[in-house]
Design a protein around this ligand. Structure first.
Ligand SMILES: Cc1cc2nc3c(=O)[nH]c(=O)nc-3n(C[C@H](O)[C@H](O)[C@H](O)COP(=O)(O)O)c2cc1C
Length: 220
């Protein structure tokens, strides 16, 4: 299995989402020693902001793009290739102001590309090309936004991720959300991390099992 592992927290050593994403990769590797990981740290590899040139280039047919347009799309082309080459995606991030952190939003704007991660069909439909990949969103939140919490209605992160990745073909992503973290006492925070780790360990086993199943025989 080839995993694209993306970390989007601006924090380094003391980041909760980074610690949990590392934990998941370790769990996955324990069951899949041949796991290959392509790592992208959005705090180190700062993506360029979307420019006017990018916006016009991305909607210009590939064979009509100028050299300048091709250059404006080069980072996006390379990132889309990394995404398409992966069997599974681990996308880890903190919640920032109820939605995704800016670095991850730029990542999304960079990888939603006509002709690459989605196809506009002649009959007016949009077909995503990432179907069939396993996708895990791992998020950390300062407060508790689970159902029943006074903050539950403020979760603009989950629907935004579902919409953006649904558009490029990710129909059934998995979410593991560690919450409450920053604005909780030590006991609550430890419980949130424990719940997330339990979910991640169980998911790593499932992904490992799926990967190791022999291909179904077409005979009979
Ligand atoms: C700029 C900023 C905005 C934040 N906004 C929210 C928010 O809207 N809701 C929330 O629950 N926590 C919010 N937090 C807290 C983080 O989501 C929380 O501390 C998380 O555990 C950080 O994960 P990390 O350590 O991987 O960066 C915010 C933190 C920062 C730095």
């Amino acid at each position: 299995m080839k995993l694209l592992h993306v970390d989007a927290s601006p924090k380094s050593a003391n980041s909760g989402s980074r610690a949990l994403s590392r934990f998941f990769v370790d769990q996955l590797r324990a069951g899949l020693p041949a796991l290959s990981v392509d790592y992208l740290d959005l705090a180190q590899e700062i993506l360029p902001p979307i420019t006017g040139l990018f916006a016009s280039a991305t909607y210009t047919p590939a064979d009509q793009r100028t050299a300048e347009m091709r250059e404006a799309l080069a980072v996006s082309d390379a990132l889309c290739a990394r995404l398409l080459a992966a069997d599974a995606l681990l996308l880890a991030m903190p919640m920032h102001n109820w939605t995704m952190p800016a670095a991850f939003k730029t990542f999304v704007d960079t990888i939603v590309r006509s002709g690459l991660t989605y196809i506009a069909t002649d009959d007016g439909r949009f077909v995503g090309t990432l179907g069939g990949k396993k996708v895990l969103f791992l998020t950390t939140r300062g407060v508790d936004l689970r159902p029943g919490s006074p903050f539950a209605a403020m979760d603009a992160l989950t629907p935004a991720l579902r919409a953006a990745f649904g558009f490029i073909g990710v129909a059934a992503p998995i979410f593991v959300d560690a919450q409450p973290m920053q604005f909780a006492n030590e006991v609550e925070r430890a419980a949130a991390v424990r719940r997330a780790k339990e979910d991640l360990a169980a998911l790593a086993e499932t992904w490992g099992d799926i990967e190791q199943q022999p291909a179904l025989s077409k005979a009979g």
